[in-house]
Design a protein around this ligand. Structure first.
Ligand SMILES: C[S@@+](CC[C@H](N)C(=O)[O-])C[C@H]1O[C@@H](n2cnc3c(N)ncnc32)[C@H](O)[C@@H]1O
Length: 272
């Protein structure tokens, strides 16, 4: 009788390769949904942005601190930076996402690049902020590259908007969004793991709500990387489930608008 064998090293390697491929495909998928993303994704509460920027040094009193929005996408976080006295630069690998950003924030300097190879001079930036994107990075490479471009005493701030699933309809919405997802569920609000170049990571959470049209729950679902990378028929099945939730859940049915509750989880660390 042969003993039952667990997965072989080859199986693991094949799985790792497939997962890495899926991850890379998902990270690149925002290119296809940029205008929808700009229209329906949430911004960030000002208090969370204050926390991210709380300790930004101001080395030259005559010029504003230089702040990099990394993985800036369509500029959801950038829009909060430009209202402050900051010299803002936005970087993202997606041309389509940056085109949306340039349309709404035409004065912001932009560059197409990734977090693992940032086209910025060493020790030239006072703060780096990352909204809803740290989980797409190669974490050791990105944290080392950010440490390279930050001045000593500069800060790295990372934020995620997480839906508050204590409301039944929000939990059900989230279940649909992840239904059948083959990638490991990403625990988006796990603290970023940074290298020895940084002080300890600080964390604060900021509950808030986005007042949205119930009709925008469908495009909000469609803006997610998982749905963007699904075959059309499978995506349509999930979107039909969102439509049914909106039509039948007592908190949504017959309503034009609803408050979608979030908790913004913000992390920051100082470059030694
Ligand atoms: C969910 S969007 C977040 C955009 C924006 N920061 C926001 O808060 O709305 C994720 C962004 O990460 C970008 N991205 C994916 N992989 C990246 C990488 N390795 N380096 C930098 N940006 C990346 C995508 O192009 C996309 O614009």
């Amino acid at each position: 009788m042969t003993a039952a064998h667990g997965p072989s090293a080859h199986d693991h390697a094949a799985h790792d390769h497939a997962a890495a491929h899926d991850h890379a495909t998902r990270a690149a998928s925002f290119q296809a949904g940029a205008s929808n993303y700009a229209a329906v994704r949430p911004a960030y509460p000002q208090a969370a942005v204050d926390f991210l920027l709380g300790a930004v040094p101001h080395p030259h009193p005559s010029t504003p601190p230089r702040v990099l929005d990394l993985a800036a996408g369509t500029g959801k976080l950038t829009a909060s930076l430009v209202t402050r006295d900051l010299d803002v630069v936005a970087i993202d690998p997606s041309a389509a996402m940056l085109a949306e950003l340039a349309a709404s924030l035409p004065d912001v300097e932009t560059h197409r690049a990734t977090a693992e190879a940032i086209p910025v001079v060493t020790a030239s930036v006072d703060a780096v902020v990352v909204g809803q994107a740290w989980h797409w990075f190669d974490e050791p490479a990105a944290s080392a590259e950010i440490a390279r471009i930050l001045r000593h005493g500069g800060t790295l701030g990372v934020v995620w908007n997480m839906r508050d699933t204590s409301r039944d309809w929000v939990a059900r919405f989230g279940e649909i969004l992840h239904r059948g997802d083959r990638l490991e569920p990403v625990a988006d609000h796990v603290a970023p793991r940074l290298g020895a170049q940084y002080d300890d990571v600080e964390h604060e959470s900021f509950p808030w709500a986005d007042d949205i049209a119930t009709a925008s729950l469908r495009p909000l679902a469609a803006s997610r990387s998982y749905l963007l990378t699904l075959p059309d028929d499978e995506r349509e099945t999930l979107l039909a489930a969102v439509d049914e939730l909106v039509a039948t859940h007592p908190d949504l049915a017959g309503r034009d608008r609803v408050a979608l509750p979030y908790v913004a989880h913000a992390y920051r660390a100082r470059r030694r």
